[in-house]
Each structure stands twice: as structure tokens, then as C-alpha cells.
Design a protein around this ligand. Structure first.
Ligand SMILES: *Cc1c(COP(=O)(O)O)cnc(C)c1O
Length: 408
């Protein structure tokens, strides 16, 4: 898919618009599975929450992926996309016992991350296989918003609680078939990841009926030139060797699972917006696009860097811009960004817009969520229509105040 294709998509479907390149998703999938080709039984469970459009899920299924889900609604989406319940794992945090029971009933693999629900679920359903999410207390990456393995994290069962965990399993006689960890969003140091993996192996030794070990995700992709990314080939090499040795020790060939979101879809996504206003102030030049954190919140929420390019004037003279949105709130996408000269009406593209972009979009300021287009085999396919005013009013219930006043 070329930038010219992006311009054509925008002229056909309007803007702002999210465009995803299926070939990039497929090549990332292939890269990951190739890196782990030393593993006999490897499973990739795509993390649905990164980009949950049903056509993207169907593409993942086509590629051979399973699904990682965090809500019963994501499970339902996966089933609607044609996934077998057995190829879905459900890794919620802080949900009710009722929801976990409903998902277990569907035949989906349950992953429990706290002792309270583990005890309650085990007591009521001792024969249902359950995976346990542990917190190895290993800090991956630097941003505390996206590091979920450390001591203050709400995710997982602390490895310091293993004795209590074992006691619950013994009393309830429940069936533990997998151990899981997801340490955070950025694996930058393979040594740190392997250290966490050792903790997972140590935990696994306590359980006799395991079928799989799930190493979560955290594959970092480059967001800008010279950005550090996870060396998946090196990780594949080292972890595969260690995993295979562990299986020998354990006495059984286990399945190795990864659940990448960002790695599979981030770079495949391109968000195309149009510049409404170029506004010179005393201190900067603002380029204001027809979007805001209602459509792409990562820069404001995490301080994430998204490369911004001028599709309409790619070879223009570079100048510094503050790229902001049209929301009545500070919605700065980027400050002091060098971009080829911008004129009102130009189309700007935000790169790396596949993961956690559309899926975090809202209707703030009563704006429509954008359309989504999948670029597949040389053609654009609309996979989500732009919202309309009916969508804005859809669930709102209009009260009739004048009648109430008369009755009173
Ligand atoms: C979000 C999430 C993932 C995916 O993380 P990425 O950084 O997008 O790869 C995987 N597993 C669980 C349990 C998650 O919550």
C-alpha cells in the first residue's frame, strides 16, 4: 500500500479515516511465527483490544491466529468472527464471577488473575480447566502506565502468594492447565524478559496437568526512525531453547502462547486527517486537523509518538508545527514537529495507527467515530462506516420536561 493509495482511500471514503494494510499484518504474523519456529506447538493469540474490528479478527483467523480477549463482549466478537471457543483465551481483570462463569460456559479458556475469584470459581467448577495469571514483579519498559508486572500493578497473582494459590488449588481440586504472565507493553531488554520467564517456569513446576505456558506480549515496534524495537528473532532463539529444555524437565511438551496486539497491527495502521486551520500564534504555528483525542488518544494518554507526514505535499520545504485537533480541550498530537510545509486542506497521515487507536475512540464533543478501511490485495474495503447523527442519538432517551411540569 502506497501513500497514493491512502490519498485515494480518503477521496473515496472521506476523512478522517483509519486505513489498515492487511499485507503488513500478515508479514508481522509471519515474522513472529518464524522467530519461534523452534517451538513444536506455538500459538499466537491476537490481543483483540488493540484493534477489534470483526474483519480484522477474521483476517487473524485466516492467518491461523487465536484470540486473547479481556471482556465477554470481545469473546462474543471473536465467536462472531468464526473463532472456535477453544482458540480464545479470556484474560479479564476485575470482572465479576458471573461474567467469568458465562464465558467458561461458552467453552472459552479462562485465565484468572486474583485469588478471590480463583477460590470461588474453583469451588463451583472444579473440573473446568483454568489458567492462572501471575505477576512476576518484573518491570518491563519505563512508563508506569504500560508496565503491568511491577509491585503496585493491579494485574496478576503475585508470585509471593504462590503458597496461598497452591492451597486454594488443593482444597478445591481445581484443574490448572496453564500459567500466564503479561509483564508490560515494551520488551526492550531480552534479558529482563528471560528473567521473568524463569519465574514463570518456577511457578509452572508446581502444577502437574499443564497444557500451555502463555508469555503474554510486550513486543515493541518502532514508532519513529532509529526507535528501539524488540528483537523478536533473538528472543525467539533464546526463549525457544529455554522453553524446550523446560518441557524436557517437566516431562511433557507444552504449548507456548504469545498474545501480541501492537506487534501485529500497529504499523499496519494509517490515520488520515485533513488540516482545517493553519494558525500562527506569537510562539508557534498550529496545524489543526479534523480530529482530536476523540479519535486518537495515545499521544495525550501515554505521551506516545506518532510519525506525522504531509500526504498532500510530501516534498515541501520542512517547517516546525504543533499538530493539534479540533476538540475543545487541549488535544496536542505533537509539538515542534518537522513536517513538509502545510497548507489548509492538506491531508496529514499519522503512522502506527493500528493498535489502541480506533479501539480507544469516543464520541467526545458529539463527533462521529471515523470510518475504517482495510487495504487488502490491492483494493480498499470499507470495514466500518463513519458514524452518523443517528448513532449519536441512538441510545439517548429524550425526556419531555414540559409535560412533567404541567403534572406537578
Ligand atoms: C493488552 C494485552 C496484550 C497485548 O499487548 P500489546 O502490547 O499490544 O502486544 C496481551 N495480553 C494481555 C493480557 C493484554 O491485556
Amino acid at each position: 500500500m502506497t501513500d497514493n493509495d491512502l490519498l485515494n482511500v480518503a477521496s473515496e471514503y472521506g476523512n478522517p479515516v483509519y486505513v489498515y494494510d492487511s499485507a503488513k499484518i500478515a508479514s508481522q504474523y509471519k515474522r513472529l511465527t518464524s522467530a519461534f519456529n523452534g517451538i513444536e506447538d506455538l500459538r499466537i493469540n491476537y490481543a483483540t483490544k488493540a484493534l477489534s474490528n470483526i474483519s480484522i479478527l477474521k483476517l487473524m483467523r485466516q492467518l491461523g491466529s487465536g484470540l486473547d480477549t479481556v471482556s465477554i463482549q470481545e469473546v462474543q466478537l471473536g465467536l462472531a468472527a468464526g473463532f472456535e471457543p477453544q482458540s480464545i483465551i479470556y484474560t479479564p481483570n476485575g470482572v465479576s464471577l458471573k461474567e467469568i462463569e458465562a464465558v467458561a460456559k461458552m467453552g472459552v479458556q479462562i485465565n484468572i488473575d486474583n485469588l478471590s475469584l480463583l477460590e470461588q470459581f474453583g469451588a463451583r467448577h472444579p473440573t473446568t480447566p483454568v489458567c492462572i495469571r501471575i505477576n512476576p514483579h518484573v518491570m518491563a519498559g519505563g512508563n508506569s502506565n504500560i508496565s503491568v508486572g511491577h509491585i503496585d500493578s493491579k494485574f496478576g497473582i503475585s508470585i509471593h502468594q504462590i503458597p496461598h494459590l497452591l492451597r486454594i488449588v488443593e482444597i478445591t481440586q481445581m484443574n490448572i492447565n496453564g500459567i500466564h504472565m503479561h509483564t508490560g507493553s515494551d520488551i526492550l531488554d531480552i534479558g529482563v524478559f528471560l528473567y521473568a520467564a524463569e519465574i514463570l517456569f518456577d511457578t509452572a513446576k508446581h502444577f502437574k496437568n499443564l497444557e500451555f505456558l502463555d508469555f503474554g506480549s510486550g513486543f515493541k515496534v518502532p514508532y519513529q526512525k532509529n526507535d528501539i524495537e524488540t528483537n523478536v528473532e533473538e528472543l525467539g532463539d533464546k526463549l525457544s531453547t529455554r522453553f524446550n529444555a523446560f518441557c524436557k524437565e517437566y516431562g511433557k511438551d507444552l504449548q507456548l502462547i504469545f498474545e501480541p496486539g501492537k506487534f501485529l497491527v500497529s504499523e499496519a495502521g494509517h490515520f488520515v486527517t485533513q488540516v482545517n486551520v493553519v494558525k500562527q500564534t506569537t510562539s508557534t504555528v498550529f496545524a489543526q486537523v479534523d480530529s482530536g483525542f476523540n479519535h486518537l488518544i495515545r499521544p495525550m494518554l501515554y505521551g506516545s509518538h506518532h510519525q506525522i507526514e504531509n500526504l498532500s505535499n510530501p516534498s515541501g520545504k520542512e517547517r516546525f508545527y504543533s499538530v493539534v485537533g479540533y476538540i475543545c480541550e487541549t488535544d496536542t498530537f505533537a509539538n515542534n514537529r518537522k513536517i513538509p510545509e502545510i497548507t489548509e486542506g492538506d491531508l496529514l497521515v499519522f503512522r502506527n495507527s493500528g493498535a489502541y487507536c480506533f479501539s480507544m475512540a469516543s464520541n467526545y464533543n458529539s463527533r462521529y467515530r471515523p470510518a475504517e478501511v482495510l487495504w487488502h490485495e490491492g483494493k480498499a474495503h470499507l470495514i466500518r462506516k463513519r458514524e452518523t447523527f443517528e448513532d449519536i442519538l441512538h441510545n439517548q432517551v429524550e425526556m419531555a420536561f414540559s409535560e412533567m411540569h404541567e403534572k406537578a
